[in-house]
Design a protein around this ligand. Structure first.
Ligand code: AVJ
Length: 321
């Protein structure tokens, strides 16, 4: 019996690791306490986020999947014989819906910061799609980066795939910069396939970010557990709660709440909390279709097509530059 190795080319660009300690401590010392959302995803955090994606109240994941499924043939045609570049490929699940609809498999490039998860997911994908040319690049795509010089990428139409409304974690000005970086990375002619959560009534939005099972709360509060474990702090989890609400300027805001006045020690540094004081963990921006198109235009992208679901919960944009 011969076992043929799946062909995944791995390029480890050795992205500099985040300095969790200095970033977290600096954020906790700000007058408005804040720790970046990127630190929510340790092993437990990633499990909790997967659980969020399966919640009844969290319409985002299943709605985007249904939009991909419903329009897969049309979406596949946009990619044609180009290169599909996924940003933050994670488990590479959503891309399967597109690959299933392709007449001929495209070259697939996966960008992710976690080298092991990246490689394992790409191997699984290459096993499932025999003949797929899969290129795994370990890098921090939030920074300006370059693609390796590979012949199968040269002079090809490249489509950046950015699902999940991850773009919602960025401030609008950061979105413009991110899209400019993306265009530079994929030049000369690049396209963007991007999932964007739509503005909607807060009676739908708020439960999606503060669910009845307390998973969203556990996801945010896991940050304190991580700080305790990795940075030797003494947060008492009984003394903190969770709060999420829709700010009418167009974003969900998520916070850890101090339930009483207290002092927490990290590494000899004392952090003071007032009763009711907030520690921000995330923003999740929501856009109308035109708002997002206008934002993308500031990065040089022209709208080509938008797909939504029948309830207008979520949008999938295809833009070119
Ligand atoms: C991963 C940023 C798309 O904003 O919906 C979900 C993160 N946080 N519930 C989102 C999140 C709490 C999620 N994104």
């Amino acid at each position: 019996k011969t076992v043929s190795e799946p062909t995944v080319k791995l390029y480890d660009l050795h992205p500099p690791l985040d300095d969790f300690r200095s970033e977290a401590i600096a954020g906790l010392q700000k007058p408005e306490k804040f720790v970046s959302a990127k630190f929510l995803y340790d092993k437990r955090g990633s499990e909790l986020f997967d659980a969020i994606c399966n919640l009844e109240e969290y319409y985002v994941t299943r709605t985007e999947m249904s939009i991909l499924q419903t329009n897969a043939v049309e979406i596949a045609a946009k990619i044609g014989d180009g290169v599909l570049v996924e940003f933050g490929s994670g488990s590479s699940q959503k891309v399967r819906i597109i690959l299933d609809a392709m007449e001929k498999l495209p070259t697939y490039v996966a960008l992710d910061i976690s080298v092991q998860h990246l490689y394992e997911s790409c191997v699984k994908l290459a096993e499932a799609y025999v003949g797929l040319e899969a290129i795994a690049i370990c890098t921090d795509y939030t920074q300006p980066i370059k693609l390796p010089e590979i012949s199968s990428l040269k002079n090809k139409h490249k489509v950046a795939f950015f699902p999940g409304s991850s773009v919602g974690n960025l401030e609008p000005e950061e979105v413009i910069q991110f899209l400019k970086n993306t265009a530079n990375l994929l030049e000369p002619n690049s396209s963007l396939l991007i999932g964007v959560d739509l503005k909607k009534n807060k009676s739908i939005l708020e439960p999606a970010y503060d669910d009845s099972h307390g998973i969203s709360a556990a996801f945010a509060l896991n940050l304190l557990t991580r700080i305790n474990r990795e940075l030797g702090a003494n947060f008492n989890l009984d003394n903190f709660g969770y709060k999420a609400f829709y700010n009418a300027i167009g974003r969900i805001e998520m916070y850890i709440v101090s339930l009483k006045e207290q002092v927490v020690n990290i590494d000899g540094i004392e952090i003071h909390f007032q009763a009711g004081e907030l520690l921000r963990t995330e923003y999740s921006y929501k856009y109308t279709i035109t708002e997002f198109q206008e934002l993308a235009a500031q990065a040089g992208f022209q709208p080509q097509q938008v797909w939504t679901d029948p309830q207008n919960l979520f949008s999938l944009h295809y833009l070119t530059n």
